[in-house]
Design a binder for this molecule. Structure first.
Ligand SMILES: [Zn+2]
Length: 358
């Protein structure tokens, strides 16, 4: 049994003085034997959500279990206790049996067009096979499927859409029939309208949103996970590809330069925005606090940016926050994270299933 005292942020505006973790679950009713419980104190948030975090992947492809464990522990240390993996080529099911590691919502393995993604990451297929692969990954995952919606087309020298409208529409319908939601990696403008009109549920990065597509996303409630800590690497990518693909390079720079305006315009239009770091490809794990700070820099109000990794993100993923009976997954801070989101960078305690793990 554990007692958590201080300011428990049950919701953005709902604060309680204490909770208990009994058998790994939250209760607000003082349990028998409460006097003997160990106590932690501070400002309490639900375990943070990183909605785009590749456990089981590094820059070269799938990793061994020891590496995946290190990744998950790094996320845990940062207060990330719920991960949507946004695609992983490794089998990370064993993590579900490890009560000391963050909980993972899987999206199966990425599905990309042949030779149109980072090597060793994805199933690389042609459009005729899309429905079958989406069905397969929908069955393997935990309610999400991940497509690569656009990527550099070397013959065009620029980002182009990966899937024809008809195939992607059939594939998304199949995922929905199987109870899975679909998200897609999209940097550019071009693929967005087709994906949204085909019924997609979420778009990763979404740097290509414009005044044409923003109302469409808003109207259909399609969420975005901007991964601004990843978009920060665009200038380096652009510099690296400059000589061979100057058009692509210039395009990446334009997307980078307007990234904060894009996110702010999306938020202002009512598009749901969530925190994701894109850890595990070229980025390190444990960057969740940095991404929240980036969203604030883009102009999202601090309380909303916090909700995008806390209460709101958990609701969106169908997981409880700090409700009675929920798993006692929570993070304790020295100060009020609502007043300054930079507080997230230094958790005082991390509690997973009612156990203090950090
Ligand atoms: Zn990713």
């Amino acid at each position: 049994m554990l007692r958590v005292k201080g300011r428990v942020l049950v919701g953005p505006d709902e604060v309680r003085d204490e909770l208990w973790a009994v058998d790994g679950r939250i209760t607000y009713e003082r349990p028998p034997g409460a006097d003997r419980a160990g106590t932690v104190r501070g400002w309490v948030l639900p375990g943070l959500v990183d909605a785009h975090c590749h456990v089981g992947l590094d820059r070269h492809g799938p990793v061994d279990a020891a590496t995946a464990e290190r990744q998950a522990l790094t996320d845990r240390e940062a207060g990330t206790l719920l991960i949507r993996d946004a695609g992983s080529p490794s089998d990370t099911r064993w993590i579900d049996d490890r009560g000391d590691l963050p909980k993972i919502i899987r999206a199966g393995r990425h599905i990309a067009r042949t030779r149109r993604y980072i090597r060793n990451y994805a199933h690389e297929i042609e459009p005729g096979d899309l429905v079958a692969y989406v069905a397969r990954e929908a069955r393997r995952g935990d309610g999400w499927v991940k497509l690569v919606g656009d990527w550099i087309d070397r013959s065009a020298g620029d980002l182009t859409a990966c899937w024809p409208r008809g195939e992607v529409e059939a594939a998304i319908a199949e995922a929905h029939r199987l109870g899975a939601r679909v998200t897609a990696h999209c940097f550019a403008e071009e693929s967005l309208r087709d994906l949204v009109e085909a019924g997609i549920d979420c778009v990763e990065h979404a740097t290509g949103l414009t005044e044409d597509t923003i109302p469409l996303f808003a109207e259909r409630g399609v969420a975005i996970v901007p991964t601004l800590v990843n978009i920060a690497t665009f200038p380096d990518l652009a510099a690296g590809g400059e000589a061979k693909f100057p058009r692509w390079s210039a395009h990446m720079r334009r997307l980078y330069e307007r990234r904060y305006d894009t996110v702010r315009a999306a938020y202002d239009a009512g598009i749901p925005v969530y925190v994701g770091t894109d850890a595990g490809g070229s980025l390190a794990h444990g960057l969740v606090a940095g991404e929240v700070a980036e969203l604030v820099k883009a102009g999202i109000p601090p309380l909303e940016a916090l909700s995008a990794t806390a209460w709101g993100a958990r609701r969106w993923l169908g997981r409880p926050a700090l409700e009675e009976g929920a798993p006692a997954d929570l993070v304790v801070y020295d100060e009020d994270p609502r007043a300054d989101v930079r507080v997230l960078a230094a958790p005082r305690h991390v509690v997973l299933d009612g156990r203090v793990v950090g």
